[in-house]
Design a binder for this molecule. Structure first.
Ligand SMILES: NC(=O)c1ccc[n+]([C@@H]2O[C@H](COP(=O)([O-])OP(=O)(O)OC[C@H]3O[C@@H](n4cnc5c(N)ncnc54)[C@H](O)[C@@H]3O)[C@@H](O)[C@H]2O)c1
Ligand SMILES: [Zn+2]
Length: 352
């Protein structure tokens, strides 16, 4: 089949495209080649194994003259959590309107849609409590422990990015009645090809820059925050499965995507340091909290397992080492760029 991948020139899109082509499919991308993501747009286009149509998913005219395709994977999005807190309109336009237009296109053409949402819709997510049972969004009292988020859990986004992802999912409601719709909520996706220049995303890219410059790894806070890291190949396999195994129209499907393993940022820093070909300069802590940041995130994979979707194969340590090895010789933004992004938040009163 021929698959239209919006945002196909980006990190996940490039991996997915190669995976689909290896499986015998054809791909084309619809992508604005956003400057914040693509330092060398020509190289991004050249790397994509199919035609790249330059267009904005939030723009109605971008959807009118597209060639015949058999399915759509909607990846195009603005993805900076911190940046979303002040670029509110831009994030709404691309992530909500753009998703609604992707849905309308799939419904019009009568073809299946796989759309990437995010674990950001859960916000602080699920907490188990000895006294109160389960709490969502924020811990109810001091007797809670974070638990893995399930697909049916309520949405409690704490960032504008998360809000736009939640609204984007809602915008697909009517589409799911007409054509097969799968919504996937990835945790933190890592791997070769991840943006090294975009200081608005990616703690791991920041660690890489610090390691290369012989600087200690800076953690915001104690480093006890947890995340779930998924290798991009494992996500590509899940999306490929969703395309090959569409749900019934009228029964839209939502799936988590993660490793199901909780990793502290301190552990992540150690994995990154262990994967680097140079000695490391330890870890420093910056006592700061960024608006939009959450403490804990982890995916519950019960449903993924139950529907027979492929489970992740990469361990977190191996996934981090793969990213570091593949990225070591690539140029990226200097570590100071992440200080700059933090400075922008601080100036706007979005840190505490
Ligand atoms: N990388 C992660 O950790 C992660 C986690 C959860 C969800 N996601 C979701 O996965 C999807 C892909 O993310 P990614 O990591 O590959 O990001 P990315 O920034 O590498 O890729 C996004 C692509 O979308 C393009 N784009 C941006 N705005 C556009 C617009 N208006 N019209 C057309 N194209 C546009 C960009 O040029 C880029 O090529 C996004 O929807 C993101 O929210 C990613
Ligand atoms: Zn409680």
């Amino acid at each position: 089949m021929t698959v239209l991948i919006t945002g196909g020139a980006g990190f996940i899109g490039q991996h997915l495209a190669r995976r689909l082509v290896a499986d015998g499919h054809s791909v084309l991308a619809l992508d604005t080649l956003l400057g914040q993501v693509h330092v060398d747009p020509q190289a991004s286009v050249a790397a994509f194994p199919g035609p790249v149509i330059v267009g904005d998913v939030a723009d109605a005219s971008a959807w009118t003259d597209l060639p015949q395709v058999n399915a759509v994977v909607h990846l195009a999005a603005e993805t900076g959590t911190g940046q979303s807190m002040y670029e509110v309109e831009r994030y709404h336009r691309v992530n909500v309107e753009g998703t609604a237009r992707a849905g309308a296109f799939a419904a019009d053409r009568g073809i299946p849609l796989v759309a990437l949402s995010s674990r950001a819709v859960y916000g602080e997510g699920r907490h188990g409590c000895l006294i109160h049972g389960v709490a969502f969004g924020a811990p109810c009292c001091a007797h809670t422990a974070p638990e893995a988020s399930r697909e049916a859990d309520p949405h409690h986004p704490v960032s504008v990015y998360g809000e736009t992802k939640s609204e984007g999912e809602a915008a697909l409601g009517p589409v799911g009645a007409a054509v097969p719709v799968t919504i996937i909520r990835p945790q933190n996706v890592i791997g070769p090809g991840q943006a090294l220049h975009n200081p608005y995303t990616g703690v791991l890219a920041a660690f890489l820059a610090m390691l290369k410059e012989g600087k200690p790894l800076t953690l915001y806070g104690a480093g006890t925050q947890t995340r779930d890291f998924l290798h991009v190949e494992d996500l590509a396999a899940l999306i490929a499965w969703a395309l090959a195994t569409p749900p019934q129209p009228g029964r839209p499907r939502v799936l988590n995507a993660g490793s199901g393993v909780r990793t502290t940022l301190l552990e992540l820093a150690r994995y990154a340091a262990a994967g680097a070909p140079v000695p490391t300069y330890g870890i420093t802590h910056l006592d700061i909290h960024r608006a939009g940041d959450i403490d804990h995130a982890c995916a519950d994979l019960t449903l993924v397992r139950a529907v027979g979707a492929p489970l992740p194969r990469w361990t977190t340590a191996d996934a981090v080492a793969d990213f570091v090895a593949a990225s070591w010789d690539k140029t990226g933004a200097p570590a100071s760029a992440w200080d700059g992004a933090l400075g922008e938040l601080r100036e706007r009163g979005l840190t505490s």
